[in-house]
Design a binder for this molecule. Structure first.
Ligand code: MSP
Length: 536
């Protein structure tokens, strides 16, 4: 089996989980489930980034140790993702000793080969806040502290730097040779543009402060410096699989994140990997932002969709509904996406309740009623004319696989929706309800009805397979009721095998098929938006 390694950003523990974090992690989960459905040997990593300076401050404010504070906040992320039925192979935390040991070893290796060196950092220091300001911020503030108005000091201090400038040409060459290294294309063009402006060496350490309480990763052989949190955090993608039983997963198949942190992933991290002699990830995928009702989400606007608001939705519509909305309507491509309650209800009703849910229950009910809950015989038919199901299904599966392979999850999932619509069209065209009324009076009617229902059920089964990475609960329920073979990341249980018309996993005439319960309850658009539910 081909190894497939998918990652999300590791999230800062000083924030509570919100829709942005949940979005990236949900699409990574859907990507991981697709890869498993295609028979790959998947490793899916998410987790928390715990060594930011703010963690030390926050912990102090709460009278806690940084570790205790990080434990509590990290747990919030773990629970949020579990609530969305996100199943990662590991929930990784950078405060774990193995990560710290390995990250420090990578830094030592880069230093030993001259990629990390001790130099002078010159900057504008705000003595009242104990921090350096960037040139832009300092200039805008008139070279005074934006907080206290005290004049800034020009200071020089010893700092470690990463020789990013040495990698300009190799990065450029890598991007040229691998047009899919950065996706979507609009993001790749931005990085290319910025690369042309030239690369400067970047500071990778901070002087250890008096109150740091040993939090973070120290520079190798120099305990007076701490590795800058971003540099150490990026290492997590490799430290998490840098053990004999997981080494096969490197290089990562895809790093998923939003555009805010693309530069770190598309330039700094690859340069570090080149320095370490490691192969580069195959794809760095930067999606866009979630906005709400057309406005940027922010705490001050009070329109932030935090995890408690999402839990309100989960309580009313279920996790599949939220996963489906995120995966099909989210900011996956180059433009930002709006989260709106009205749209959520519209999509849920159209594609799930009135879509897969309604079609499977119509077909299941007729099979229960006219064929005693047993799969009818297809009478050798594969559908006729424009409804030649063997080829329709094969084409849908082919397109879904191709879309999933290029991380176009929206298009992959929509192949399932389109297949359900074809089934609805076929039902309208063949009118099985009317045939059912003539079973006694018309010779051959029963065979004809059976063949139609067989074809509908078989096409719906394949539609459910295609949609399953986003709606795993509903589809598992359907497969149990209908007695379908379930996917396994196993050579003969992949989407390709399971979907073959007349193949060993297709519905067997005579086998029991229960109509089961409704997969999705229709949503009432007149109800007000669900309110927040505090996590238990
Ligand atoms: N800790 C760093 C990442 C280190 S990775 C080695 C960090 N953490 S973060 O908590 O700020 O998470 C940023 C990520 O959260 C974004 O890249 C994106 O994946 C997700 N999102 C945060 N807000 C978002 C939106 N409004 N919309 C979509 N996703 C966003 O940066």
């Amino acid at each position: 089996m081909t190894p497939y390694y998918v990652t999300t950003p590791i999230y800062y523990v000083n924030d509570r989980p919100h829709i942005g974090h949940c979005y990236s992690t949900t699409i990574a989960d859907v990507t991981a489930r697709y890869a498993r459905l295609l028979g790959r040997d998947v490793f899916f990593l998410t987790g928390t980034d715990e060594h930011a300076d703010k963690v030390i401050e926050r912990a102090r404010e709460h009278g806690m140790t940084p570790q205790a504070w990080a434990d509590a906040c990290s747990e919030e992320f773990r629970r949020a993702f579990a609530d969305l039925n996100i199943v990662s192979d590991v929930f990784y935390r950078t405060s774990n000793p193995e990560h710290k040991r390995l990250a420090q070893a990578y830094i030592a290796k880069l230093r030993d080969r001259g990629d990390i060196y001790l130099g002078d950092y010159v900057g504008w220091y705000d003595t009242s806040q104990d921090e350096y300001l960037t040139e832009t911020v300092a200039k805008e503030a008139g070279y005074k502290s934006p907080v206290t108005g005290r004049p800034l000091e020009r200071r020089t201090e010893k700092n470690y730097f990463f020789r990013l400038s040495a990698y300009q040409e190799r990065l450029q060459a890598h991007l040229d040779a691998n047009p899919e290294f950065i996706l979507p294309e609009a993001r790749r063009n931005e990085v290319l543009g910025r690369l042309r402006g030239g690369l400067q060496d970047v500071p990778v350490s901070r002087a250890v402060g008096a109150g740091d309480s040993g939090w973070g990763v120290l520079m190798p052989d120099d305990p007076s410096h701490r590795v800058y949190v971003w540099i150490e955090a990026l290492c997590n993608y490799l430290t998490a699989v840098d053990a004999p039983e997981r080494r096969r997963y490197w290089p990562a198949s895809v790093h998923i994140m939003a555009k805010d942190i693309l530069w770190f992933h598309a330039v700094i991290w690859p340069a570090m990997l080149m320095g370490l002699g490691e192969p580069l990830p195959r794809v760095v995928y930067a999606h866009s932002y979630y906005v709400r009702d057309g406005q940027k989400m922010s705490k001050s606007l009070g329109n932030f969709l935090d995890i408690d608001t999402l839990r309100g939705y989960l309580a009313r519509y279920g996790r599949d509904a939220m996963r489906w909305y995120l995966a099909t309507q989210g900011p996956l491509y180059a433009t930002d996406a709006d989260f709106s309650y009205a749209k959520f209800v519209e999509v849920y009703n159209a594609e799930l309740a009135n879509g897969l849910g309604n079609s499977t229950s119509r077909v299941g009910n007729m099979i229960a009623k006219y064929f005693d809950g047993r799969v009818p015989d297809h009478a050798g038919r594969e559908g006729e004319g424009e409804y030649h199901w063997a080829s329709i299904i094969a084409a849908s599966v082919r397109s879904a696989i191709a879309a999933a392979d290029r991380l176009d999850l929206g298009s992959a999932l929509q192949e399932g929706v389109a297949l359900v619509r074809r089934v609805d069209g076929y039902i309208n065209a063949t009118e099985p309800f009317k045939i059912a009324k003539r079973l006694e009076s018309e010779p051959g009617a029963k065979e004809r009805l059976g063949a139609i229902l067989y074809q509908c059920a078989e096409a719906l089964r394949v539609a459910s397979l295609i949609m399953s990475p986003a709606i795993p609960e509903a589809t598992a329920k359907l497969w149990t009721a209908w007695g379908c073979a379930v996917p396994e990341a196993h050579a003969t249980r992949t989407l390709g095998h399971l979907s073959q018309w007349g193949g060993e996993h297709s519905l067997r005439p005579g086998a029991p098929l229960n109509k089961g319960e409704a997969l999705f309850m229709r949503a009432d658009p007149a109800l007000p938006e669900p309110g927040p539910v505090t996590g238990a």
